[in-house]
Design a protein around this ligand. Structure first.
Ligand code: BGC
Ligand code: NOJ
Length: 812
């Protein structure tokens, strides 16, 4: 059996890491709103408030050597031995190590020479601070005298300039120290009205706030001079690199345990209330927060609240089946990852540096379907934020910055799939909540006051953006790219300093059309029609339906290659994703979307397309994006051909779009194939953790494909549309519990060996307990349903009053 670095503890909803030397840092996320942290299994990582770029609280060095240096460190000096509870940075061998990543908390425990140090890290609800509760226990029969040093390194707020503008940075750093609290106030004197602090709920015997004094100029985090000598320097930072370190002398009797609460917090003051006295920051809010967290008992109560918050979130959908891996994915980790992608979009992970991308227009719309059942109010707010970055012609900023909620000029618009995702997201929201009032909300264009139109009108112009931008075959023009950011058919870049994302060296007269957008248009366009009908807007529904019918005709006529759907037409109007091509003959995107939309289902096109996907794209670890992989640069295709074969968009297993094929399989009723594909990329079924490398409890964006050097190696874990798409697929299309405007539709499509399962689903205030029985090993097609003991016709469970309990038995 392959080596394992940890295991699941489902009852505790935790992943337990038992070897600190994981093949890559295995991280977790702290915080639910505003104040966030990334934490690795050795306590590496950083914190920020609201925006990982502009309000970075602690410093982190990406791609440093050694990997994952910098974080929340506690150094314990016991005689001549210095060790850390999380093994790093000193890497002193521990007698015991365990890291438990749970729902927005992490606990790390280390033992050495009879001392146990356990640290619980979490951000209390509605609090701009991270708590680190350290429990030290002496398990020997002798008195232990320990020297304890805490450590955090401040970031000078803007994570980007913090890494480059040293002529300024080395002079600006400022701190204040008051009792056991170290305040970081760089730039507060001028335009900033925010500061950070790090405290402990005990009297300290010393401190440090200047990095060089604490570490020694030529030492690393693994050998701080002050710790090695057991002597803090009581340094006060002036410029250079401010840090925060507390020093405590601790005596523990045999068997004695002591709790210490460290708090890393952040405050924003009103502009006219910044100072306590000249040059002294107003600490009132910090003190308030600290007084809520100054005892272990208060902290434990906060931790309980966080756990209850997660109990509530995870009660809304749960499954009980014969497969514990399926259950833990659905009940715990997939939902958790969806919530993380909601909070972080694609900004901050161990692959996203927090300074690159803001919130993606398409990404955020897709993420919505992963969390809308849990926090519908925040989904509502998110929709309005996203839609406010749309342009009046229906196009959209591709990204926006969470702090300002403004579209990013740097990247601009022109990704022609973007508008349809708004329809996709909003319909997902409406089906879950029934909150049609959102459609009347006035929403501006490009955030310009006075430009507001109702959200419904935004949907109409989104739909129309596609039909106003059709190419020579009546198929959607692709623009800069469609879902595949790297399918840059108008880019034609020969200059390595140009960005593939923003460069369009040719557009005028372009014939580049996308079959992916065509499929999306049919699929989500039908959602739009259904919505219009539901609202009684029949004329609009008829108008839209006409365009959808025309698109279906165009796809069947010009988008079919004989055995599968074409991917696109390029700038010159030549086929992409055709058997006629030298490389890149077949792609997931178009075959996924066109089969999801059921285009040509009756004529057998879907069957053929899905069989071709199986034949050409399936592999041991999942479905590769395209085949054959591109082995040279194609200037007319852009970034996709820039990646080595088997990686990323060039024939990697892009876990985000495997679900499109899976849903396609459910459209033709092939539950066996659907579940097989679903399991292949699902983290709970990973066989070789060393090969997979990244966290085994969350999806990664990409697993190296069959043409790669190391097929099966995962990259870019956590922040990916994979989370929401797999959630949508497993819950709605495989387990078959679909929210609709008028109730829950029950329509499973499963493996024939799945004999029964039970889903508990809270929906519009009522609780549905749904038992699915499959005595004859079917794959789909409900034969009978009873609702509270009474047979119904059809498979739609109507809406029930709030707080009702509804018992459903469905037989396949
Ligand atoms: C990546 C894509 C990503 C894009 C974002 C590309 O380099 O391959 O996955 O969506 O950058 O800008
Ligand atoms: C990652 C991006 O976040 C997403 O928007 C895009 O669709 C995929 N990569 C594919 O390129």
């Amino acid at each position: 059996m392959a080596k394992e670095y940890g295991h699941y503890d489902d009852a505790a909803r935790e992943y337990v890491i038992t070897d600190p030397c994981t093949p890559w840092p295995w991280i977790n996320y702290l915080g639910t709103e505003d104040f966030f942290g990334l934490i690795s299994n050795t306590a590496g990582g950083y914190s920020f408030c609201k925006d990982a770029k502009f309000r970075r609280i602690t410093r982190y060095r990406y791609n440093g050597v050694p990997m994952d240096a910098g974080g929340r460190y506690f150094y314990i000096k016991d005689g001549d031995t210095v060790w850390n509870p999380g093994w790093k940075p000193c890497k002193t061998p521990l007698d015991f190590y365990e890291c438990r990543h749970g729902m927005n908390y992490t606990s790390i425990e280390g033992r050495k020479d009879g001392v146990t140090a356990k640290v619980l890290f979490f951000v209390p609800l509605m609090t701009w601070a991270e708590v680190q509760k350290l429990t030290l226990t002496n398990t020997t029969d002798k008195v232990k005298k320990l020297k304890l040093f805490s450590f955090q390194e401040w970031c000078l707020w803007n994570a980007s300039t913090d890494m480059e503008n040293f002529q300024r940075n080395f002079s600006t750093g400022e701190v204040e120290i008051e009792g056991s609290v170290i305040y970081h106030k760089t730039e507060y004197k001028e335009r900033r009205n925010h500061y950070a602090y790090y405290s402990v709920n005990a009297t300290v015997q010393g401190f440090d706030s200047d990095r060089e004094s604490f570490l020694g100029l030529y030492n690393g985090f693994d050998a701080p001079q002050a710790v090695l000598e057991g002597k803090p320097r009581n340094s006060v930072a002036h410029g250079w690199s401010p840090i925060a370190s507390h020093y405590l002398e601790i005596e523990l009797k045999p068997g004695e345990s002591r709790d210490l609460v460290f708090v890393l917090g952040y405050v924003e003051n009103a502009q006219d209330d910044k100072w306590e006295s000249k040059g002294v920051i107003n600490k009132r809010m910090a003190r308030e927060t600290l007084s809520r967290l100054d005892t272990a008992a208060k902290v434990d109560a906060e931790f309980k609240r966080l756990c209850q918050y997660w109990d509530n979130l995870l009660q809304i959908f749960s499954v009980k089946s014969a497969d514990e891996r399926l259950d833990r994915t659905v009940n715990i980790w997939n939902q958790y990852q969806c919530m993380i992608t909601f909070c972080f979009s694609r900004s901050a992970s161990f692959f996203e540096s927090g300074i690159g991308r803001g919130m993606g227009f398409r990404d955020s719309n897709q993420d919505l379907i992963g969390f809308v059942h849990q926090i519908p109010e925040r989904a509502r707010e998110r929709i309005i934020d996203i839609a406010s970055t749309q342009f009046a012609d229906g196009g959209c900023y591709h990204q926006y910055q969470p702090l300002t909620k403004r579209g990013n000029d740097g990247i601009g618009g022109g990704f022609n799939d973007d508008p349809m995702w708004l329809i996709f997201g909003v319909c997902g929201y409406l089906r879950e909540t029934g909150d049609f009032s959102i459609l009347d909300e006035p929403v501006p264009f490009d955030n310009v006051p006075g430009s507001e139109k109702s959200l419904f009108e935004h949907l109409t112009i989104s739909f129309d953006h596609v039909i106003n931008n059709l190419g020579p075959h009546g198929l959607p023009l692709i623009g800069r790219a469609d879902w595949n950011d790297c399918m840059n058919l108008n880019c034609f870049s020969n200059d390595p300093d140009e960005s593939f994302q923003t460069t369009e060296n040719k557009t005028e007269g372009s014939k580049a059309e996308s079959l992916m957008i065509a499929g999306l248009f049919v699929f989500s366009g039908r959602d739009y029609v259904e919505l219009c009908r539901h609202l009684g807007r029949n004329a609009e529904a008829d108008r839209a339906q006409k365009y959808i019918d025309e698109m279906v005709v165009s796809v069947e006529k010009y988008g079919w290659d004989g055995e599968w759907f074409l991917r696109a037409y390029d700038y010159f109007g030549r086929k992409v994703g055709s058997k006629e091509n030298e490389e890149g003959q077949i792609f997931i995107e178009s075959n996924g979307w066109c089969t999801m939309a059921g285009i040509g289902l009756k004529e057998g096109l879907c069957d053929k397309a899905l069989d071709s996907v199986k034949e050409h794209l399936d592999s041991e670890h999942g479905i590769v994006l395209n085949n054959p992989a591109f082995t040279r640069y194609y200037i007319e295709y852009g970034e996709i051909s820039s990646y080595p074969a088997g990686y990323k968009e060039n024939a990697g297993i892009f876990c985000h779009n495997n679900p499109w094929v899976i849903i396609g399989e459910t459209v033709r009723g092939n539950g066996k194939a659907a579940m097989e594909y679903w399991r292949k990329i699902c983290p709970a079924y990973i066989k070789d953790q060393t090969l997979h490398k990244v966290e085994p409890y969350v999806y990664s964006q990409m697993v190296a494909g069959k043409d790669a050097f190391r097929p099966g190696e995962g990259k870019n874990s956590w922040l990916t549309g994979t989370a929401a798409w797999n959630w949508y697929t497993i819950t709605q299309f495989i387990l078959g519990i679909k929210p609709t405007y008028n109730g829950l539709e029950i329509d499973p499509c499963i493996s024939p060996d799945m004999k029964e399962y039970k889903v508990t689903r809270k929906f519009r205030g009522a609780t549905y307990e749904i038992e699915i029985k499959n005595p004859n090993g079917a794959t789909h097609g409900i034969k009978s349903i009873s609702v509270n003991g009474k047979e119904i016709t059809g498979n739609l469970i109507p809406l029930f009053e709030e707080d009702s309990f509804v018992k459903i038995t469905a037989i396949l």
